[in-house]
Write a new protein. Structure first.
Length: 521
């Protein structure tokens, strides 16, 4: 049976949902839920009935049903607000209300689509990575945990498919492989993918342990492994949080592996994706000379593929860092160069959330904290795990006097993006917030750690010097201040003498600490 509604079609024999000719990624439960609502569209379907049918009578929370229903709505272009296709009747149930026609007979689809469909083919440059997610193993021998393992693997696959730079092999193909005693080189070759993810679920008393392992299939090398534990009673409630955390960590590991791969190639033999990753690798070093190299590679990536949004967005970010961190130009000039590039990235790919977050950074740097916060929130409403947006949100909260909330958002940013080029900035901002709170010892410790890891990044030095002054460690503070003024005079001038608008809250407390170690400005 095939059902047609709007520009969508649901093929029950192939178990495919399509938008026009494009395959829409869905997990089995999401597909089953949509099919059940469509087949029973003449009546209201209660929550209890859906749970009984879709979960086979298992005890699940209402939040699990709500999550799957939201996924159905997202897949067919509906929403809880508009309810064009699926109507919610408060405290009673749900009904499919969209205009619909049905056809019987064989599907006209002649061959399966091997990968999830991209929003637009032009958003992904040549050489981008690909992955197969294998079914997770239940090593507890319990049918309930087998269900958890299957659901988790499916949902991680769906989360990864949201990355517009990553090709994800469809579930019907990747789930043909069983996780026991596999040769990942063979799996990669047969499916044509660069990475293979396997996982397992194990019951440990009253807890559930989930383990994920990511392999570089061509080299048969383990590139990432992580364990997650949750109380067994919280398995359903924490399902979405666990899925998002795993997908974010896996995506970060793939990016890191792709950067190492790009670094092994000759600079003259790079494709657009590889040139972009080379640029990100250089920018992560957080040094002026490395930033200049990064800009060269971003420009090269744009020349190789002008339609890839990521390169435009990264080049925009590099100009803002050049201005706000290393003071190689004014903040106004840096933002003037960055904003058109970020807007170009969004025009190329409306789903480029990182570039939207970078527009929020530009607003913040120019002193519009309200617009920066709202911009970050708009991104987070689409993807609550967007590290760049969490970093902007945290920074704005710090500069708005909500320092504890700001630190929490920044810590989440750091956890999601451990190799982010903004890492020393965000850590320095935590030091600044601790300093303003009067916790000079913690501020000095945090600043010292940043300097140890990023000695050519100027931001933490001023907080280190001021904290030492407040602690009475004058000689050490004088030495740090002297190094800051000698190595980065333009940065010192910008942040101490000129005082950018966005961080004015910190200026007077900072100056008081610097005066104690000898600054006479």
């Amino acid at each position: 049976m095939r059902f047609f509604f709007g520009n969508h079609s649901l093929d029950t024999s192939c178990r495919e949902l399509r938008r026009g000719e494009s395959l829409v990624p869905t997990t089995p439960q999401v597909f089953d839920l949509l099919e059940y609502l469509i087949r029973n569209r003449e009546r209201l379907v209660s929550k209890e009935e859906l749970i009984a049918v879709i979960w086979n009578g298992r005890v699940v929370s209402e939040s699990a049903l709500t999550t799957r229903l939201n996924a159905v709505r997202h897949a067919i272009g509906d929403s809880g607000k508009s309810q064009h296709s699926i109507k919610t009747i408060a405290r009673r149930g749900f009904r499919f209300v969209g205009a619909l026609r049905e056809e019987r007979g064989p599907s006209h689809v002649t061959a399966p689509n091997l990968t999830w469909e991209r929003p637009t083919s032009s958003t992904v440059p040549p050489g981008y990575p690909s992955i197969a997610v294998l079914p997770f193993a239940d090593v507890s021998g319990d049918c309930h945990h087998g269900f958890v393992a299957e659901e988790l693997a499916e949902d991680v696959l769906t989360e990864l498919a949201k990355r517009n730079w990553l090709v994800v092999v469809s579930r019907p193909l990747s789930f043909l492989y069983k996780p026991d005693a596999l040769e990942f080189r063979r799996v990669g070759a047969e499916l044509g993918v660069r990475y293979v993810l396997e996982g397992s679920v194990r019951a440990l008393g009253g807890r559930i342990r989930v383990t994920g392992r990511l392999f570089d299939a061509a080299r048969d090398v383990l590139v990432w492994v992580a364990r997650y534990e949750r109380a067994a009673a919280e398995t359903f409630a924490a399902h979405d949080e666990l899925t998002e955390a795993m997908a974010a960590a896996i995506a970060s590991a793939i990016v890191h592996a792709e950067q190492r791969r790009a670094m092994r190639k000759s600079a003259n033999n790079l494709e657009a994706w590889e040139a972009y990753q080379r640029g990100m690798w250089h920018m992560s070093k957080c040094e002026p000379s490395e930033l200049a190299l990064a800009q060269t590679f971003f420009q090269r990536a744009i020349e190789l593929d002008p339609h890839y949004s990521g390169s435009h967005g990264a080049l925009a970010w590099s100009h803002m860092m050049s201005a706000s961190i290393f003071s190689q130009m004014t903040i106004a000039d840096g933002c003037a160069m960055a904003e058109p590039l970020a807007r170009k990235a969004i025009a190329l790919d409306d789903n480029d959330l990182e570039s939207r977050a970078r527009l929020a950074i530009a607003s913040m740097l120019q002193g519009d904290l309200e617009e920066a916060f709202e911009g970050a929130q708009r991104v987070l409403s689409v993807n609550g795990q967007c590290a760049e947006a969490l970093g902007v949100k945290g920074t704005v909260l710090l500069y708005s006097g909500r320092r504890q909330e700001g630190r929490e958002a920044i810590q989440q940013h750091l956890k999601l993006s451990p190799r982010d080029p903004a890492r020393p900035i965000r850590l320095s901002q935590i030091a600044a917030s601790l300093y303003i709170d009067g916790n000079f010892e913690a501020a000095a410790t945090t600043a010292r750690q940043v300097i140890r890891q990023y000695p050519k990044h100027p931001t933490a030095y001023r907080w280190m010097a001021a904290s030492l002054g407040q602690l009475g460690k004058i000689a050490e503070g004088e030495e740090v201040l002297q190094r800051l003024q000698t190595a980065w005079p333009s940065s010192f001038d910008m942040y101490i003498r000129q005082r950018p608008r966005y961080c004015s809250i910190e200026h007077a407390p900072l100056v008081r600490g610097l005066h104690k170690v000898g600054w006479r400005g």
